[in-house]
Design a protein around this ligand. Structure first.
Ligand code: NAD
Length: 321
């Protein structure tokens, strides 16, 4: 049995090698993302293990895939938007994903950014660089157990986030489209408007869907508390970026922590001269009360190990059964 893994990053290689040894299965490690141009590299394999944003191709890609005797597409991330499921059905290709490789990784990044913003670390870095070391009344902070944290979306990541804030003594409220019993001990369920109006920290954890696209726009930002911190660890499209910049510039909210941006596909995962990076990113990144990270909340050793191992297990166990 042989599997081809594409877009293999150096941080993943040790986990691929460990898995091969433990399971006595060969995995061909390919640096590039999968496309019709390098599909032949998977010749002789039972399936492919992927993590990439780029779509695989039109129907002819899947036809060729099946003709080569390939049977499985094992995506080693949660999202499977890159795969055309209708074509997979037509050519009897089985698709798997890794829905939760480490929700805690993303929850911890959201908490880290919220605490850094709450304690105004960006503003301190800026004022200290100017030689200002005296107590500044505008930089006084609050303590987390005095605050209300509002979560939008209470799934794997929202649930872990709720547990972390609750452990720190915060009052945690949440809006989710369904009521989940497992989080009843850590959150008080409420509606979206209450989360927006009552929270000192608002943390977004729904997927991006037609219903959630731009769910935080000018109206919602205006309704937030002046001291509110918005955290988006989910998908950039949940927030109207122009409205967010406006709200920050007009001091309608206190800060924002963003691991995702609506136009991130243009520049995240690449190295570019800074003047070629979109202007909205540069505006946000220049604000001391904003933290932007390049969609790396998942990027911990635990998560990378789980993505590789569960991604490969999904293919291997289907073939074994
Ligand atoms: P999940 O499916 O476990 O949870 C999503 C929750 O959102 C569910 O409880 C669902 O009921 C709720 N929901 C969906 N639509 C809603 C709506 N319209 N209104 C209210 N609630 C709604 O997903 P998860 O594993 O917690 O991941 C959440 C999101 O985090 C993913 O969709 C992805 O976009 C993002 N993510 C980001 C990173 C990163 O590195 N920054 C990594 C993984 C996932």
């Amino acid at each position: 049995m042989k599997i081809a893994a594409y877009s293999v990053a150096s941080a993943e290689k040790p986990y691929f090698e460990q898995w091969m040894k433990e399971n006595n299965v060969e995995v061909k490690l390919i640096d590039q993302p999968l496309s019709i141009d390098n599909l032949d590299e998977a010749a002789g394999c039972i399936g492919v293990c992927l993590q990439q944003a780029a779509k695989l191709g039109d129907e002819s890609f899947y036809q060729r895939f099946a003709e080569m005797g390939l049977k499985y597409i094992g995506v080693r991330t949660a999202g499977i938007d890159l795969v055309d499921l209708a074509s997979c059905r037509k050519y009897n290709i089985k698709v798997t994903n890794v829905p939760a490789y480490s929700p805690r990784a993303i929850a911890e990044m959201g908490l880290t950014q919220a605490l850094a913003l709450l304690r105004k670390l960006g503003e301190y870095q800026q004022t200290m660089a100017e030689g200002k070391f005296s107590l500044n009344p505008s930089l006084i902070s609050n303590e987390i157990y005095n605050l209300t944290v509002g979560l939008v979306g209470l799934g794997h990541i929202g649930g872990e986030t709720a547990r972390l804030y609750r452990a720190l003594g915060a009052n945690v409220i949440a809006y989710n489209r369904s009521h989940k019993m497992e989080y009843e001990s850590v959150v008080e369920y409420t509606d979206l408007q209450t989360v927006i109006e009552k929270s000192d920290i608002i943390s977004l954890h729904t997927p991006l869907t037609p219903q959630t696209k731009n769910m935080i726009g000018a109206k919602q930002l205006t309704a937030m508390k002046k001291n509110a911190i918005l955290i988006n660890m989910s998908r950039g499209g949940l927030v109207d970026t122009a409205a967010l910049i406006n709200a920050l510039q007009n001091h309608e909210i206190a800060g924002a922590g963003l691991d995702t941006l609506a136009d991130e596909a243009k520049f995240f995962r690449r190295d570019l001269p800074i003047d070629q990076v979109p202007a909205d990113y540069r505006t946000l990144a220049a604000m001391p009360n904003v933290i932007v990270t390049p969609h790396v909340a998942f990027y911990t050793t635990t998560a990378v190990e789980n993505m590789v191992k569960i991604g490969l297990d999904n293919i291997y166990h289907q073939e074994e059964n």
